[in-house]
Write a protein that binds this ligand. Structure first.
Ligand code: APR
Ligand code: PHB
Length: 389
């Protein structure tokens, strides 16, 4: 098979890129390791920045989002018993849209199916070759038979554990990472959300987040020490620990119920650079990871795909390679601002076991300043709704 762009990974980044390229008449094929049902079974945050919503509209996949997405013009920050609403509309003249990442992925799959896009799922041993030449190709195995895709460009959208970044010689990659000394224990429950806006809180036991998927489906998180296992967290223990990290006025009105999904995720900040190696480009989680505190993972995948699709379309329309050459620098400039914001929000809202008294006092002062300063809240709001592309 020959296409212009071979895409490794059928998550949001790969699907969105294929859709945008298709609308510009550029052929692509997606090689996805897992089954579609597995990809669609992943429970992930869906707080969409304005830029992401605009890009999904441009990709022609935003009709359900428009009908079912919830517009959020603010969220709450709580520290102990203190709670303050961050007025996104008033401070940043903007809002975010809450719409599960699973639904974004579902919409993208539906659009690719309508366009009869090539998505080869359950592809094994996917391997990029020759991306330091003008004729790269990808090999793989599928349904027991070997396969090959010849292409002009390869885009690695295969997430943090994918093959694309790993195929680049280590000497050509600069990687930085910060692993956090805790994880997030998340619960999905068929209960009404405790608030119609998100609440990010730090209490006696550390971080808590009250989020939602709909008026009858709640999503909650608490920070847990590294090494914790889901089986050590029966629902009752989770609800008790969640209440401990919330203002009592919120904890008292929490509607608890049986968890229908429960998982623990590690937190890390990670960036690899550059994002281009010859004819191989990296985008999304294959290129960077942020702690979910700032809800930036999906939004950074979207901005990477904005820059990369713009560059590929310009190349195929005019032969110009300027934007292709600039992709890594343009994407990383925005990535690092979101990495910083996610790191800042994670430090502010979590208890770090190694924090000494001085550090704890600094963080308390930072929180007190944030809750009392319009200027500080404006900075938070501007970053949360998403910086311009
Ligand atoms: N071959 C083919 N596919 C692969 C391989 C491989 N070797 N390795 C991983 N994949 C697939 C995964 O199965 C997954 O479906 O690549 C896809 C990567 O998708 P995501 O991990 O969702 O990454 P991305 O598309 O960049 O979206 C980023 O997803 O993980 C969240 O928090 C993250 O919200 C952010 C968003
Ligand atoms: C979620 O709803 O899963 C969610 C929301 C906001 C975050 C992280 C996760 O910052």
């Amino acid at each position: 098979m020959r296409v212009e762009v071979g895409i490794i990974g059928g998550g949001p980044a790969g699907l969105l890129l294929a859709q945008l390229l298709d609308l510009a008449g550029i052929s692509s094929a997606i090689l996805e390791r897992r089954s579609r049902s597995h990809v669609l079974s992943r429970i992930r945050a869906g707080v969409l920045e304005l830029g992401t919503v605009d890009l999904l509209h441009r990709a022609g996949v935003a009709s359900r989002l428009q009908a079912q997405g919830q517009t959020h013009r603010g969220f709450h920050i709580a520290a102990g018993e203190a709670m303050h609403r961050i007025d996104l509309a008033g401070l940043a003249e903007a809002h975010v849209t809450v719409y599960g990442q699973t639904e974004v992925t579902r919409d993208l799959y539906a659009a690719r199916d309508t366009a009869e896009g090539v998505i080869l799922d359950e592809a094994e041993d996917v391997t990029p070759h020759g991306f330091d030449t003008a004729t790269p190709h990808i090999t793989f195995r599928r349904q027991g038979a070997p396969g090959r895709i010849d292409c002009a460009f390869i885009v690695g959208c295969d997430g943090f554990h994918g093959v694309s970044r790993a195929s680049i010689p280590a000497a050509q990659r600069q990687e930085v990472e910060r692993a956090y000394p805790f994880g997030w224990l998340g619960v999905l429950s068929e209960t009404p959300p405790v608030s119609d806006e998100l609440i990010y809180a730090i209490g006696a036991g550390g971080f808590a987040l009250c989020s939602m998927r709909s008026a009858t489906l709640s999503r909650y998180y608490i920070q847990v020490p590294l090494g914790e296992r889901v089986e050590d967290w029966p629902d009752a223990r989770f609800w008790g620990a969640l209440r401990q990290n919330l203002p009592s006025s919120i904890g008292e009105r929490l509607v608890t119920g049986a968890s229908i999904e429960k998982s623990i995720a590690p937190l890390r900040s990670f960036v690899t650079q550059p994002l281009r190696h010859g004819r191989l480009f990296l985008a999304g989680d294959a290129a960077h990871i942020v702690p979910p505190t700032g809800a930036k993972g999906l939004n950074l995948a979207a901005s990477d795909i904005h820059y990369l699709s713009e560059a590929l379309i310009a190349f195929y329309r005019t032969g110009e390679e300027t934007l292709l050459a600039a992709y890594s620098e343009r994407a990383l400039a925005r990535v690092w601002k979101s990495v910083r914001f996610s790191w800042w929000m994670t430090n502010l809202l979590h208890r770090f076991p190694e924090d000494d008294t001085f550090t704890r006092r600094i963080k308390e002062a930072e929180m007190a300043y944030l809750l009392s300063s319009r200027a500080a809240q404006t900075v938070l709001a501007e970053n949360y709704v998403g910086l311009s592309y």
